[in-house]
Design a protein around this ligand. Structure first.
Ligand SMILES: [Cu+2]
Length: 163
């Protein structure tokens, strides 16, 4: 009798452990056990930079041209933001910047900025340019606008779609 009880208990412990293991595995929904979700750095590293597409936006008082941009998830892009106006202008798009994996921002002949997240980029007048190298990650439609004085009301806003 004592032996039988011990066996039943052993089975209960084994099945209990099994349930625990399943609960742990269930905690990582969508990701195989022991394999973390790719980081932005992994996404940047894995993109095809030889096949990079360049998209140019010309900025001035008070417009972005083009004012609508479309990017595809997983592809490598260089977004050239060039201010040909006579005032400084912003390319403010916090939700868009959160939806991409940023490789770097380049200021030609000046340097490179390597940051994980951005809120806004400002281009100096008369040809100031920043090049954003990135890979789109999250599908959606995002707004972009200039936060200087009344520039947005004057027309400095646009739409960025990631599909
Ligand atoms: Cu502006």
């Amino acid at each position: 009798m004592a032996i039988r009880a011990k066996r039943v208990m052993g089975a209960a412990i084994r099945s209990g452990l099994c349930g625990l293991a399943m609960a742990v595995a269930g905690g990582f929904v969508g990701t195989p056990l022991g394999q973390a979700a790719p980081t932005n750095a992994d996404i940047v590293k894995g993109a095809d930079w030889k096949g990079m597409q360049t998209v140019k936006v010309e900025i001035k008082e008070h417009s972005y041209a083009p004012k609508e941009l479309v990017f595809e998830v997983g592809k490598a892009y260089k977004l050239e933001l060039r201010n040909v106006g006579e005032k400084p202008h912003y390319f403010t798009a916090p939700e868009f910047y959160k939806a991409i994996a940023t490789r770097k921002i380049e200021a030609a002949k000046v340097g490179e900025i390597k940051v994980p997240y951005i809120d806004a980029l400002e281009m100096m007048p008369n040809g100031g340019q920043l090049d954003l190298y990135f890979v789109p990650v999250t599908k959606g439609t995002y707004e972009v606008f200039c936060t200087i004085e009344d520039h947005r009301q004057q027309g400095m806003e646009g739409k960025i779609t990631i599909k």
